[in-house]
Design a protein around this ligand. Structure first.
Ligand code: AMP
Length: 180
């Protein structure tokens, strides 16, 4: 399993999907699955930029992993999970129980000014200036510290330059994760 980290607008989804398509891997995004929810309460949380409950996140993650394994995907790229230390601990237990491991964590690094420019163009339902600011704060306060737990556990972590065109970032990611 490969985890993609980075703030909102860093290009995790696009890069995760591009690599997954090229390699025949599964791209798994908790945000994408949650956006498909028909529960108005969930959609409200998404629009606010806050995190949904851990329980719901675990539910969608577990279902997607089971589906990917049933379909025999050789590798899974996870985008947007875990987002908190509690989720990271849960994932650690989950992986241990299922006999799998996190092979690599890739952090897409993009300056905040560049992210703001990108999000203005994207225009998703939750991309208002307030929720973008909120998600940035959550990333810095909750998600970034999760990297510390992975480092303690000896998981390979790579910080990748996420600026430039999608193709340029893809080439860097491919080289880093797959090799030359
Ligand atoms: P993303 O597409 O990864 O930016 O996620 C969009 C939104 O989905 C986030 O702002 C959260 O509201 C929710 N979400 C996605 N992944 C998680 C997670 N691991 N834990 C809690 N909420 C999440």
């Amino acid at each position: 399993m490969i985890l993609l980290f980075g703030p909102t607008g860093a290009g995790k989804s696009m890069q995760g999907q591009m690599l997954a398509v090229r390699m025949g891997w599964k791209w798994l995004s908790t945000g994408e699955m949650l956006r498909e929810s028909s529960d108005p309460a969930v959609i409200e949380v998404l629009k606010s930029g806050e995190l949904v409950s851990d329980e719901l996140t675990y539910e969608v993650f577990d279902a997607a992993i089971k589906d990917a394994r049933a379909k025999k995907f050789p590798q899974i790229i996870v985008d947007g999970f875990p987002r908190t230390k509690a989720q990271a601990e849960w994932l650690g237990d989950y992986m241990e129980k299922s006999g799998h491991k996190i092979e690599h964590v890739v952090v897409l690094e993009v300056p905040e000014t560049e992210i703001m420019k990108r999000l203005e163009k994207r225009g998703r339902m939750e991309d208002t200036p307030e929720t973008i600011a909120r998600r940035m704060t959550i990333y810095r306060q909750k998600m970034y510290p999760v990297l510390g737990s992975f480092a303690e556990d000896g998981v390979k972590i790579t910080h990748l330059d996420g600026t430039g065109t999608a193709g340029e970032v893809h080439d860097r990611l491919y080289t880093e994760v797959v090799g030359e």
